[in-house]
Design a protein around this ligand. Structure first.
Ligand code: NAD
Length: 309
């Protein structure tokens, strides 16, 4: 059944893949986005009769509230994404990452549905295998704000989706993401300096991240009021293993450095059994994602604007 869907931050990396899928299903889609990365990512769908795009700041209640009121489903993607960007803009990060979802949750009626884009960066340092029962212990402002945001979503029965690190090509490219970053750097420099290569990380293609949002819309009653790790055990790799998979397709010099650290302390194997038990799994492998990145990154400039900091 087609629905009225509001997507905050819909012109971003994940939103630009999600929106065409919603429109294909017959949903009517409203986007509110500050257009930090321009309108380019939505140009191919902008003429669709069921799409409306508002260039506005979702922190502004006068702009957000009327759109929340008319929506059946709200998908909150708007954020200052990643710890470097949050460190650079701490006040904006808090107002955006927490303030918008708080305002949405305060405004919502019980019949409305809410899906919140969250992240594995909420966990912090984890011993053993990370499940949704693992205590949340964020170590950066990004993780903290996303963890606080989850609480607002949960109190109205919303579904926080804790995405693995996303990779792959989107109409709004991001090159600050680990896999995308390595591929972009090696095709331009033929070298990559890696720190904490043995850290265990977990990944998901942007197409599958978008698919998980549709999945949550379709399984809302079963998922409502609980967080879900979104990824696939088949995509748990160490950073060094990722570099090796890239090397299999494109040779480069890998230097393992003693300096540098991930402030989110992401070094864990993640369990995806909760979402898998409902039927969700990734459809795109790391090798497939690397293959498409190797087609695109040589065509991009060595110094790119597509970084979130
Ligand atoms: N890509 C990943 O690896 C990843 C992983 C985990 C979680 N997430 C989460 O998924 C969501 C989407 O991430 P993305 O990769 O698409 O990021 P992105 O930076 O590409 O997109 C975010 C969008 O939000 C918009 N925005 C920012 N502040 C706004 C405001 N005040 N009002 C309206 N719009 C605003 C930006 O213009 C941008 O279009 C975020 O909430 C992020 O925390 C992403």
């Amino acid at each position: 059944m087609p629905q009225q869907v509001l997507v905050t931050g819909g012109a971003g990396y994940i939103g630009a893949i999600l929106l065409p899928k919603l429109l294909e299903r017959g949903d009517s889609v409203t986007v509110i986005d500050k257009l930090l990365w321009g309108i380019g990512p939505l140009l191919s769908i902008i003429g669709h009769p069921n799409l409306r795009v508002f260039h506005a700041d979702a922190r502004d209640p006068a702009r957000l509230q009327p759109l929340v009121d008319e929506a059946e489903v709200i998908i909150n993607l708007a954020a200052i994404v990643g710890y470097p960007a949050c460190q650079h803009h701490p006040t904006t990060a808090r107002e955006t990452n927490v303030g918008i979802i708080e305002a949405i949750a305060n405004r919502m009626r019980p019949s409305q549905r809410l899906i919140q884009a969250s992240t594995g960066s909420t966990y912090g340092a984890v011993e053993g295998i990370c499940t949704e029962e693992t205590p949340i212990n964020p170590l950066t402002l990004y993780g903290e704000t996303k963890a606080e945001a989850e609480q607002h979503a949960l109190r109205v029965g919303g579904i926080p989706l804790r995405f693995a690190t996303v990779f792959g090509v989107s109409p709004r490219m991001r090159l600050d993401l680990l896999v995308n970053d390595i591929v972009h750097q090696v095709v331009h420099n033929h070298t990559f300096v890696m720190y904490e290569g043995h850290a265990r990380r977990t990944f998901i293609h942007a197409v599958d991240a978008a698919a998980s949002i549709l999945f949550a819309m379709d399984h809302y009653d079963a998922m409502s009021g609980r967080p879900f790790n979104v990824g696939d055990e088949a995509l748990n790799y160490t950073k060094l293993e990722v570099a090796q998979r890239i090397k299999n397709q494109y040779d480069f010099y890998l230097h393992c450095a003693e300096f540098g650290e991930d402030l989110d302390k992401r070094d864990y194997a993640v369990s995806y059994q909760r979402i898998k038990s409902l039927g969700f799994g990734a459809s795109i492998t790391l090798d497939q994602g690397i293959d498409e990145l190797l087609k695109v990154c040589p065509l991009m400039k060595p110094f790119s604007i597509y970084r979130n900091f």
